[in-house]
Design a protein around this ligand. Structure first.
Ligand code: ZN
Length: 290
């Protein structure tokens, strides 16, 4: 077969299936075990067949950060498994600017669990994640978001931002069943043992709460329905925020896996093409994968 025809056929073969979504996971510092969780997050995305995944690992805590310049703009979605908890790991100003520009111009972003603890003093990061916790956050950081009497309300009560009770399995309740990330999921499902973040605070602009979890006082919580899954729009960018995912056991939950992979696809493309698998947890039954 002539070479020209062969290459034309190869081109057709490539162009007939959708191009993979380029995803970048950021890690390197976190008060959680990113060395264990990043490979699992990566595998979750790769197992969908939709993503190719790179990882950008920052210098370790306490070392010079000036060389940390991930090429955000080369990706459709950036996933943060990074937190400068306790300070010291703030990105260089040019990297902060590149990240803000990336999201504002339409880049996708996913913040997983403690990534919303990062950068309490970086205003644009907090506008991108909507709400965050710890790091000295207070009412000055912005309101808490609570689900009361069928609606999300902004709670401006003074106090610290970010807290959780005793880790335990808990129910996640859908608040927008029509959003592409949530479509087809059970209205209530049991998440594997995890921390249930409460009292997160932030600018809380353009936040859409997809699901909440009840933070029971009996487990050290607030007695409030706290936001668990959210989307945020920032410029042309789409952001998916999950409070779930403290450790490997938490991210092996089929409920975490499915909402994370769907959230990443939605952040990248605005659509979700993934179906709901048969092992998705039910109202009362945890379901985890090996
Ligand atoms: Zn945690």
């Amino acid at each position: 077969m002539p070479i020209r025809l062969l290459s034309a056929l190869a081109f057709l073969a490539v162009s007939s299936s959708a191009a993979p979504i380029k995803a970048l996971i950021i890690d390197g510092q976190n008060n959680h075990n990113w060395r264990l969780t990043t490979p699992v997050l990566r595998k979750i995305l790769e197992d969908t067949g939709l993503f190719t995944v790179d990882v950008a690992t920052s210098p370790p805590k306490g070392e010079d950060m000036s060389s940390f310049h991930p090429r955000f703009q080369a990706y459709k979605v950036v996933i943060s498994n990074y937190s400068d908890f306790g300070g010291g790991g703030i990105w260089p100003p040019s990297t902060q600017q590149a990240f803000e520009d990336y999201v504002r111009r339409g880049g996708g972003f996913v913040t997983v669990h403690a990534a919303d603890n990062a950068f309490p003093m970086w205003l644009e990061y907090n506008r991108i994640i909507g709400v965050g916790g710890w790091g000295g956050r207070t009412e000055k950081s912005g309101p808490m978001l609570r689900f009361r009497n069928g609606a999300i309300v902004r709670d401006t009560t003074p106090g610290p931002g970010g807290h959780h009770g005793k880790p335990h399995p808990y129910q996640v309740t859908t608040r927008d069943p029509n959003h592409p990330i949530m479509k087809g999921l059970p209205p209530v499902w049991m998440h594997a043992r995890d921390e249930l973040y409460d009292s997160l605070r932030g600018p809380a602009e353009n936040v859409h709460v997809l699901a909440t979890a009840f933070s029971d006082k009996s487990t050290g919580g607030t007695g409030e329905h706290e936001p668990a899954l959210m989307t945020i729009s920032y410029g042309k960018g789409r952001v998916f925020h999950t409070i779930l995912g403290h450790d490997v056991d938490a991210i092996r939950c089929a409920g975490f896996i499915v909402t994370f992979a769907r959230g990443a696809e939605w952040a990248a493309t605005g659509k979700v093409t993934q179906s709901v698998p048969p092992d998705f947890p039910t109202k009362d039954q945890v379901s985890s994968r090996q």
